[in-house]
Design a protein around this ligand. Structure first.
Ligand code: BGC
Length: 354
């Protein structure tokens, strides 16, 4: 019996030595810090990252911070102290991680900014994301095409809403869309009746649906309650689009009659359902499986001491210099292509969208 036990022990030691115990990566630990469970996409991101990293042989410490910066900082501290070699972080506030990441750097722990850029920290090695500016461009171009602006149609009434000012992505989304739409506002083909056009005024704290609805309740009652047509709403993502939709429903608007074109992003289940019901025109689809796969390649490269794959070395300066980035390509989903994009690709089942 003793002999068998020591044989098993010896085999286990050899396996660990050659990295078989923890798979290809030898059981090295990766910390994955996600902002919140309250939005569908981050649950998917977290699940995909965990699965993909484990399949590559890593041990994963996955944490969600309930949109609290303090919680995220202490989760990252724990990850550093419990021996994680690489941290993958989707920050809540890009600017609030400098101090904790200085500790990471001191201990040789490498950091990948996931989806959202981490600002003003020189501890960030790489940035994996979707092309955030292109997300905005595609939303703007969608409205341009559907309204027939290029053909000179209009004037149309439009309102604008974007995301959290502490999220570096929000400025890229809004900037990309406004680069398409601003010329039409300048020429009078698009009219923003509320007058609310600058980033700070149209931003939404925490990307919250409730905050978005509150702002749109007020915009609708001040500008559109008398039957004035609201033709379009540029919403940067699905949680804010949902707030706009809720405000329209509360004010008695009806899809197919006086409903505006509304943009979005993430293809959250509830929003795809709205798309099917004619309550949301489009949503940008960012396949989180692709982003997870790219991020795992980055983790792998860091662990092996080689260079990670990047395709952009000029766009994302986090205040300490350019962060080498991999930008995945976003596409738009609407009523015409959502089946192919979302169901045929296995992202959702048909039942989930019923
Ligand atoms: C992400 C979007 C998301 C938003 C709100 C952004 O940083 O890129 O996909 O909708 O945060 O969570």
């Amino acid at each position: 019996m003793k002999k068998i036990l020591s044989l098993i022990l010896a085999l286990a030691m050899v396996a660990t030595l050659f990295g078989c115990g923890g798979g290809a990566a030898g059981g090295n630990k990766v910390g994955v810090a996600m902002p919140t469970k309250s939005l569908q996409r981050w649950n998917q991101d977290g699940d995909n990252m965990k699965k993909a990293l484990e399949a590559a042989g890593y041990t994963v410490d996955l944490q969600y911070a309930d949109n609290s910066v303090e919680t995220q900082v202490s989760q990252i501290e724990n990850m550093i102290n419990s021996g994680c070699k690489v941290l993958v972080i989707a920050s809540i506030e890009g600017d609030s991680l400098g101090t904790v990441l200085a500790q990471a750097k001191e201990k040789g722990v490498k950091v990948i900014a996931y989806d959202r850029l981490i600002m003003n920290s020189d501890a960030v090695s790489y940035y994996a994301t979707f092309d955030n500016y292109m997300v905005g461009t595609k939303q703007g171009e969608y409205l341009e095409k559907e309204l027939g602006l290029k053909e000179g149609k209009g004037p149309f009434n439009i309102e604008l809403i974007t995301g959290d000012p502490g999220d570096n992505n929000a400025r890229f989304f809004f900037g990309g869309a406004m680069d398409v739409l601003q010329p039409y506002i300048d020429s009078g083909k698009l009219v923003v009746k509320s007058g609310q056009v600058d980033f700070d005024t149209v931003a939404t704290q925490s990307w919250s649906t409730e905050n978005a609805q509150n702002r749109f309740d007020a915009i609708i009652s001040a500008n559109y309650a008398d039957g004035t047509k609201l033709d379009a709403v540029l919403a940067s993502n699905d949680s804010t689009a949902m707030g706009v939709t809720n405000a329209l429903v509360a004010a008695g608007f009806t899809p197919g009659e006086n409903w505006p074109l509304i943009t979005g992003q993430d293809c959250d289940v509830a929003n795809v359902k709205n798309m099917i019901e004619g309550k949301q025109a489009m949503s940008i689809f960012k396949d989180t499986r692709t982003l997870a796969a790219k991020t795992v390649e980055m983790v792998d490269a860091i662990m092996k001491g080689t260079d990670a794959p990047v395709n952009d070395t000029k766009t994302y300066d986090n205040g300490t210099g350019i962060i080498p980035s991999y930008l995945c390509e976003p596409v738009f989903a609407d009523i015409n292509n959502y089946k192919e994009l979302l169901i045929d690709s296995g992202y959702y089942t048909e039942d989930q969208l019923k």
